[in-house]
Design a protein around this ligand. Sequence first.
Ligand SMILES: C[S@@+](CC[C@H](N)C(=O)[O-])C[C@H]1O[C@@H](n2cnc3c(N)ncnc32)[C@H](O)[C@@H]1O
Length: 267
Amino acid sequence: MEDTNSKKILEIHANPTLDEVWDLCVRNFLYDQKKYVNEVLEIFARLGITKESKIADVSAGGGFPALNLIALGYKVDCFDGFATDLFDQNAKKEGQDVTCKKALWEELPELVSPGEYDFVFCRGNSFIYAGGGWSETSGFDIEKVRADYIKTAKIFAGMLKAGGYMYIDKFKDSELGYREKLATIKVGSNLEDLVFFSERSPESKLRKASVQRMAGGDVTNFEVKITYDLSKEELINFLKEGGFSDVEVINSEVPEEKHFDVWLAKK
Ligand SMILES: C[S@@+](CC[C@H](N)C(=O)[O-])C[C@H]1O[C@@H](n2cnc3c(N)ncnc32)[C@H](O)[C@@H]1O
């Protein structure tokens, strides 16, 4: 495992949630935010997305990269089923008067008009949770999971204008038995390592992922997220069944995205 983060130390309170540590790592360790946002702006330029365009982030989490884009003058409506407090706190810290609407993806059709958006973000490996697993981790019925992916893809396609695009990403199919030190954190006067891990079981089609806090020999686990082990081929098929006409891989346009494969899905 490459240890590129050992010199960076992040101070954090004693009982952070998984959402909080993920957001801190995303902002401080996993991305050069400026570089990443510049790459997104290049994609916007290629697609004709401007500061007048309507953009939605349907898995806004703590606000990366939506808050960065809002700060630059882009109109981004933010939604998330679970992590809304974190977004609002980050927005406040950055002096921005915006909030994230708490909405599960299945609730979005009640909140947005058909064809309202020019561009939708569903980033941060979020779409894999359309089959369940973010807040509950048992009882996967594979047929239901597949139906839920298609239903969610339809909802996202429904939000877009004809010809609009969705940025969507996913863990790499090559990810197997993965462990990565994300950061060193300082809790009080103690230093701990934050380690991301994932496990995939091709037989049961399940993927487990979480973060561990390691202090000397003591290991504390955050909740383990269990999802369907969605392959890129399945992702592309589900998006097409949901109403996207073309799904183009754009990894080469976002070199700062080192963690996930990235696609633009065109309605
Ligand atoms: C890994 S985070 C991504 C956060 C951020 N966009 C990023 O790029 O780092 C995934 C987000 O998806 C949200 N999410 C998961 N399942 C959801 C659902 N069914 N409806 C709405 N949001 C959901 C979670 O609350 C979480 O904030």
